[in-house]
Design a protein around this ligand. Structure first.
Ligand code: 5GP
Ligand code: ZN
Length: 112
């Protein structure tokens, strides 16, 4: 399967890593949309948040349990935003589940 984020996990494409363990990888977004912007992805490929089920949802709580410490480590001292885009209308450009973590300054409220 040809998946950009699977290639990043495999090290075939370089990334600026923030955190890695056996289940997840956190790395900085190549085109930051905020002063600090990193992505958290499961190592097991899931297409997107539309594919979360009772059977695979554990990885989502695992990711969310890691985000507070990662945000702190990345320098987000006064809050942050977690976003996941889903399919075309949601603006998803990489079809591998990922959570954007944005911060490092006051964010605008954006819908669309
Ligand atoms: P989406 O648009 O699917 O919600 O988010 C995909 C994100 O992946 C975008 O913010 C984009 O900048 C980021 N991205 C795309 N290609 C690469 C890459 O090769 N390396 C890194 N670090 N980020 C990437
Ligand atoms: Zn993938």
């Amino acid at each position: 399967m040809d998946c950009l984020f699977c290639s990043i996990i495999e090290g075939k494409i370089p990334s600026k890593k923030l955190y890695e363990d056996d289940k997840i990888l956190a790395f900085y977004d190549i085109q930051p949309q905020a002063p600090i912007h990193f992505l958290v992805i499961p190592k097991e490929h899931l297409d997107g948040a539309d594919c979360i089920t009772q059977a695979n949802a554990e990885i989502v709580s695992y990711i969310f349990s890691k985000i507070p410490a990662l945000a702190k480590e990345a320098g987000m001292t006064n809050g942050y935003r977690v976003v996941t885009n889903v399919l075309e209308d949601g603006g998803q450009s990489v079809r591998h589940l990922h959570f954007h973590v944005l911060g490092g300054g006051k964010l605008n409220v954006v819908f669309g």
